[in-house]
Design a protein around this ligand. Structure first.
Ligand code: URA
Length: 291
């Protein structure tokens, strides 16, 4: 890595280094991100004997197999898992008449067609500068976002902000940030395809009204939903795509260049991927300088 900002922000993982140096680098990064890491993990035997299979009680052939705890859509909903009780067309109509971002925010807050809203604390709309050239669209709010009512304010958001700042941009003035879903899926699970489909017209209207020069899709859920792609993020990331802006009737119009990148929460779990995410982000920064 030649870029000093890059090496500061995304320290290179040692290649053939000792185990202790690798561990130190990893835990150092975690600490840097505010994640508590145990520096001295309990000593393990050098070679672990293959783990013995846990003993299971003999199966009673007369006993019927246990049913999963959540057997019906109603039970799933009661357990906070949400059900596809909404209709994407209703969602589109609910926001079709919004002609400003303030009107859109009010329309989304009033929309009751997504079951996730019932278990969420807040409707999470956006943060940053709505006039910015770059709009970043993530997946869905997590616990911190649900509490504060703003997207990307937890650990993943802090990493995203650091990446933006390391490139010389300001997260509050140079980007506008939202999510495909405006409500937190309980337990931070991945939203279902139905939930994503219901919320898609809301973010499509959001993009149309914000009208950014460049879109960045953070993570596979966002990239696949907005590009109508089935390819995974591993293949989509780092390549420019064209997002087609939808009008109030849902008709596709102009193109906006869109860059799918790894989700910052994924980078927290897989720090070794930060170098690729950084390269992808620099592509975005390079492009914005030319628009
Ligand atoms: N992950 C997302 O995709 N969005 C957020 O706002 C927070 C975490």
């Amino acid at each position: 890595m030649s870029d000093p900002a890059e090496s500061r922000m995304f320290p290179t993982m040692p290649e053939a280094d000792t185990r202790s140096r690798a561990l130190k680098a990893l835990t150092g990064w975690w600490e840097d991100m505010g994640i508590e890491a145990e520096l001295a993990p309990p000593a393990k035997p050098k070679r672990l004997a293959p783990a013995a299979a846990p003993e299971r009680p003999p199966r009673d052939p007369l006993q019927t197999p246990q049913k999963p705890a959540i057997a019906t859509p109603q039970a799933a909903q009661a357990a906070g898992f949400g059900t596809p009780d909404g209709d994407p067309e209703e969602a589109r109509k609910a926001v079709a008449r919004a002609s400003t971002l303030d009107e859109l925010k009010a329309a989304i807050e009033a929309f009751d067609g997504c079951a996730l809203k019932r278990t969420a604390r807040k409707t999470v709309f956006a943060r940053g500068n709505p006039e910015a050239a770059i709009m970043i669209v993530g997946e869905a709010p997590g616990r911190d976002e649900d509490e504060q009512g703003k997207p990307f304010v937890g650990k993943a958001g802090q990493l995203l902000d650091r990446m933006i700042r390391a490139s010389g941009l300001d997260p509050e003035t140079d980007v506008y940030i939202s999510n495909v879903l405006n409500w937190r899926p309980s337990g931070n699970r991945t939203p279902s395809t139905e939930e994503t489909a219901i919320c898609l017209p809301l973010i499509e209207r959001h993009i149309a009204l914000a009208n950014p020069k460049i879109l960045v899709f953070a993570g596979g859920v966002s990239a696949q939903a907005l590009l109508r792609a089935t390819t995974g993020i591993m293949k989509l990331r780092g390549r420019w795509s064209e997002y087609r802006v939808k009008d109030a009737d849902g008709e596709a119009g102009e193109h906006i260049p869109a860059m799918p990148i790894f989700h910052p929460a994924f980078l927290l779990r897989r720090p070794q991927e930060k170098a690729r995410a950084w390269r992808d982000w620099l592509e975005v920064v390079k492009k914005v300088e030319g628009v």
